[in-house]
Ligand binder design. Sequence first.
Ligand code: NAD
Ligand code: DAU
Length: 360
Amino acid sequence: MTAKTILITGGAGFIGSALIRYLIAETACHVINIDKLTYAGNLESLTTVANSERYHFEREDIGDAAAMTRLIDEYQPDAIMHLAAESHVDRSITGPAAFIETNVKGTFTLLEAARQYWEALDKERQAAFRFHHISTDEVYGDLEPGRLFTEDTAYAPSSPYSASKAASDHLVRAWHRTYGFPVLITNCSNNYGPNHFPEKLIPLMILNALAGKALPIYGDGQQIRDWLYVEDHVRALYCVLTTGQIGETYNIGGHNEKTNLDVVTTLCEILEQLAPNKPAGVTNYSDLITYVADRPGHDLRYAIDASKIQRELGWQPQETFNSGLLKTVKWFINNSTWVENVSSGAYQQWIDQHYEAPAR
Ligand code: NAD
Ligand code: DAU
């Protein structure tokens, strides 16, 4: 299918902003970005597209049924790519309510508004319409050594975050089976890259190291994640949207299984090369590594089998872990204004001066 107008939820977040930059630069699509602008939403990640006549921004909460119906009716999208979510596992442990509100109830509200719109479309537009739900490999839970997550792996989420994403995946599948609603689901491994909010492992470690602060490793640091450069993820998303089979799930991953300790050690080595003038008192960046209490319920290993999307849709990642990590460290070093505005909270003050808070 060729989507002319794509409505994206969560487009001011880490992956959503990379997706919008890609769509505006590489396709002729019109993009509608619906984002509540929580702490994770940052319009400074979208400055390169903000003046495009093919880009429109609406500050709304996906849990607001009237707002979703109004915006979908107004913009008449050919596709919806749903990324809006609370995304941080640690926050879900200390405050799960927002995760249920947005990831479960918000997804339900959006699905219902989208289904009612889709049911009223003419036959041709109905056949072309897609609802693409962007999800995570964390729904599959902890993985034993030697195995990979496939699209048939049973769901076994461990954290409030992953349980809320699993619930949203089930809702999306049910809307397909029950109503024939044309959905696509993707489950992706850990992303990293530019504009990543510095609560997550890789940006936190880069910024802490550059500031001479401790690099906190949970537990023994032997937990394994499968890393994918964010621009490879957004290419996969567009590939699934335009060529995926309705009702199908596609796993997306980079075949980059690394322990957390390996990731942090590699980051320290890259920083030794790119930022040799260290903060006062720091001899080696790796001296900043500090072991701290483990995350409750911490999953020990994730690893994706991405052979279905490669075999059926021809997608494969372009970046290796080393090339992607190098680009990422360079981006954080070269984008000090973005970093400073996130660190100081100035990005949120600007939003509050320019946009009304959503009603919900
Ligand atoms: P993020 O936290 O960086 O961004 C989330 C965005 O959603 C923010 O802009 C936020 O303002 C917005 N948002 C939150 N609640 C909202 C609401 N109620 N209404 C409207 N907007 C709301 O997240 P991310 O890392 O970019 O992840 C995007 C999606 O991809 C999520 O659904 C996540 O589960 C999934 N995912 C992320 C990863 C990863 O490694 N980051 C991997 C696989 C899947
Ligand atoms: O697997 C996909 C998921 O990846 C996404 O669905 C989530 O939205 C995304 O946040 C990410 O979840 P993780 O929990 O894996 O990411 P995080 O960066 O928070 O942590 C990565 C690993 O590093 C994890 O094992 C916990 C560990 N960690 C994290 C932080 C923030 C530390 O050891 N120290 C830290 O300070």
